[in-house]
Design a protein around this ligand. Structure first.
Ligand code: ADP
Length: 401
């Protein structure tokens, strides 16, 4: 059985095709620049490592997915699309509706549509992805994992904002949290590594990519996380600001800054990009530092300092911590960022192994000393695999009914 995992954005579709016999990825890639005069569809064939790219106009998501299917058949990865029995969608926002992955029905799509206001940059495109897949694969099972679902276990005192309560009642304004699929997955792998049940552990998971978030996971349940109503809150990110004084909104308004420009500033021109002024990419910032750029240095200092503050806060929230997990492009690869974030955490029982940490990249490995009370573990994330597994599980369950 082949499971096709899709992550649909406004102008791109990332995809991975899994063979569930051994959970291997047989092909993956991205269709980009949908809706622009010229689009690109790429495919990397796992196993051989061959890469193929096709340039052609992609007027809409259907054209993009059709081109992906053509590439997959031309390269003999599938005979035809009927081989794909399950589609797994990466979905962003389900409000308070779903606590776990779902079989996508009209009711689910309706609930997602109701959440469009909460995730205007993501939800409408996710729905387009679902509709397109339903059209192209009318017989396939459609499953999906919501980024928000894992965090639905947060207690009310963690997810509510200290504002007029009626905003929660009327508009469902609250913390939802994102990257849930990743936080749940890496926490479980960390527990497996420690040979302890996750429901007996207190784990802090730091997912550090272009978007970054951190979660407190107590006895297997998310009890707090840094992203909020939207993915703008919390840690400093590549281009997003994370936590700031909300009064900046009034300040900007009084300076005559338009709502759109202010939105752009906080979402696209802040974070590493905004402070360092070089790039949203961590690697570019390190390169700039080595070339003597002081602002890039300040940006990374702020990034890791704010991360450390959250680690301390979540340890306090859980009455201690057994393991701190680093994941995402930065968490998995950037030894310097990990070292900076863990510097000075000896007081809470972290004995960081500085030389060992320098050697660890993109692999599951403990980077604390064996004597460390709190284990620090690098765990590569794999959200697509979780989506493939969950959608396949739901498909099998649906067959039994
Ligand atoms: P996304 O959130 O888009 O999925 P990723 O998880 O791939 O992003 O993370 C992207 C970030 O990871 C970028 O800031 C990139 O610079 C950083 N990164 C990737 N590889 C390395 C590396 N070897 N060293 C430092 N940073 C890295």
């Amino acid at each position: 059985m082949k499971v096709f995992v899709v992550n649909c954005g406004s102008s791109s579709i990332k995809y991975q095709l899994f063979d569930m016999n051994d959970e291997s990825v047989v092909g993956k890639g991205i269709a980009e620049k949908i809706g622009l005069p010229m689009g690109i569809v790429s495919l990397k064939i796992e196993g051989t490592g061959e890469k193929v790219e096709r340039e052609l106009p992609l007027p809409n998501h259907e054209a993009a997915l059709n081109t992906v299917l053509e590439l997959l058949t031309d390269k003999n990865i599938i005979r035809d699309k009927s081989e794909i029995g399950v589609i797994g969608h990466r979905l962003v926002h389900a409000g308070e509706c779903y606590h776990s992955s779902v079989a996508i029905t009209e009711d689910v799509i309706e609930k997602m549509t109701e959440c469009n206001d909460l995730a205007p940059l993501h939800n409408p495109h996710n729905i387009t992805g679902v509709r397109t897949a339903q059209k192209l694969f009318p017989k396939a099972f459609q499953g999906g994992c919501f980024d928000t679902a894992f965090h639905q276990t947060m207690p009310d005192y963690a997810y509510l904002y200290p504002i007029d309560y009626s905003w929660y009642e009327k508009y469902k304004v609250r913390r939802y949290g994102f990257h849930g699929t990743s936080h749940g997955y890496v926490a479980q792998l960390a527990a497996d590594h420690l040979k302890k049940p996750l429901d007996k552990l207190r784990v802090i998971t730091a997912h550090l990519g272009n978007g970054s978030s951190i979660a407190a996971i107590q006895n297997g349940k998310s009890v707090d996380t840094s992203m909020g109503l939207t993915p703008l809150e919390g840690l400093m990110m590549g281009t997003r600001c994370g936590d700031i004084d909300p009064a900046l909104v009034f300040f900007a308004a009084r300076k005559g800054v338009s709502l759109d420009d202010f939105d752009k500033m906080l979402n696209k021109k802040s974070g590493l990009m905004g402070v360092g002024g070089i790039s949203n990419d961590m690697r570019d910032n390190w390169k700039a530092i080595h070339e003597g750029n002081k602002r890039a240095g300040l940006a990374i200092k702020m990034f890791t300092y704010r991360l450390k503050k959250y680690i301390g806060a979540y340890a306090a929230a859980m009455g201690g911590v057994d393991a701190i997990v680093f994941t995402g492009g930065i968490g998995e690869n950037d030894w310097e960022a990990r070292q900076m974030a863990c510097e000075g955490l000896e007081y809470m029982g972290v004995e960081f192994d500085v030389p060992l940490n320098k050697t660890v990249r993109a692999t599951l490995k403990e980077v604390s000393k064996p004597s460390s009370k709190v284990k620090v573990i690098v765990v590569p994330t794999n959200e697509e695999l979780v989506i493939a597994r969950e959608s396949y599980r739901l498909y099998n369950e649906s067959k039994k009914k």
